[in-house]
Design a binder for this molecule. Structure first.
Ligand SMILES: C[S@@+](CC[C@H](N)C(=O)[O-])C[C@H]1O[C@@H](n2cnc3c(N)ncnc32)[C@H](O)[C@@H]1O
Length: 262
């Protein structure tokens, strides 16, 4: 049985391996495109919700920012201070390349979220959590403590994530139920196809954790984050669930949540 540090360290190794695959899969090309003033990663759900939240002049933190392509879009959409945090050395290096190519001033820091103490407390108007962030985190309560601490009073948490019901379904095709929605032990993957380039295999083992909707909503409530928006959708934002959109009984595939600190 691994502890939290073992899990996150194993995941760090896997993400460093993944970064090299992504560099040739799409980042070399993105380095050319990201200069455009209208570069944007938001889909229609994010467009609508960012209009509601308002990005102009806001201080934004993105935990698990990966190579910061989404944070660069947030900056280009008018945010002021932007901080991206990620455990992967290689993705932070890639993010700095992209930020330089985009000619934007954002802060990118390599950090295991669980090692962050009080250095960012009460500094952000918005915490932006995007697809594929929550499942790599073995300890949701400590993560929510960090997020609520980093927000200023009345600051907002915006999550746009894969729906936890997705874990139940086979990933290749069809909508056969193969996993327990309430599984509490880690899912271990090894030699898995990369989610951006299915032809590439990622050899390093990694660990994924199921957080149910009840866990996520409950943690917001427990941390004084008042939920003022929640919606579920039948479109896939993950690159691994598109086949479920077409299935006879489409499960919820993603959700958006906005919660405000007291
Ligand atoms: C699928 S990406 C999600 C980011 C973004 N939505 C994207 O599509 O690029 C997950 C990220 O979480 C990061 N991560 C995983 N565990 C972490 C931890 N304990 N602390 C900080 N970052 C972590 C990984 O390095 C990876 O870049």
């Amino acid at each position: 049985m691994k502890n939290r540090e073992d899990y996150t360290e194993a995941n760090r190794t896997m993400w460093n391996e993944t970064a090299a695959v992504h560099q040739t899969t799409y980042v070399d090309d993105l380095l050319k495109r990201i200069k455009a003033p209208d570069y944007c990663t938001f889909d229609t759900v994010e467009q609508r919700l960012f209009e509601q939240i308002g990005l102009s002049g806001k201080a934004v933190v993105q935990p698990s920012c990966n190579n910061s392509r989404e944070l660069i879009a947030v900056k280009k959409a008018g945010a002021a201070r932007c901080l991206g945090l990620d455990i992967s050395d290689a993705f932070i290096t890639q993010g700095k390349q992209l930020a330089q190519a985009a000619e934007v001033d954002i802060e990118l820091v390599r950090a295991n979220l669980y090692d962050i103490k009080h250095e960012y407390d009460n500094q952000f108007d918005l915490a932006y959590v995007t697809v594929g962030a929550l499942g790599w985190l073995p300890d949701l309560p400590s993560y929510m403590t960090l997020l609520s601490r980093m927000l200023k009073p009345h600051g907002k948490l915006f999550i746009y994530e894969m729906h936890p019901a997705m874990i139940m379904f086979e990933t290749e095709s069809g909508s056969t139920v193969v996993n327990d929605y309430f599984q509490r032990t880690a899912y271990r993957e090894e030699n898995d196809a990369d989610y951006m380039n299915p032809d590439a295999k990622i050899e390093s083992p990694s660990y994924w954790f199921q957080h149910t909707l009840g866990d996520i909503l409950g943690q917001c409530i427990d941390h004084g984050l008042n939920i003022n928006h929640f919606e579920e959708y039948r479109h896939d934002i993950s690159n691994v669930g598109a086949h479920l959109e077409q299935s006879e009984h489409c499960p919820p595939l993603c959700f958006s949540l906005i919660a405000q600190k007291n």
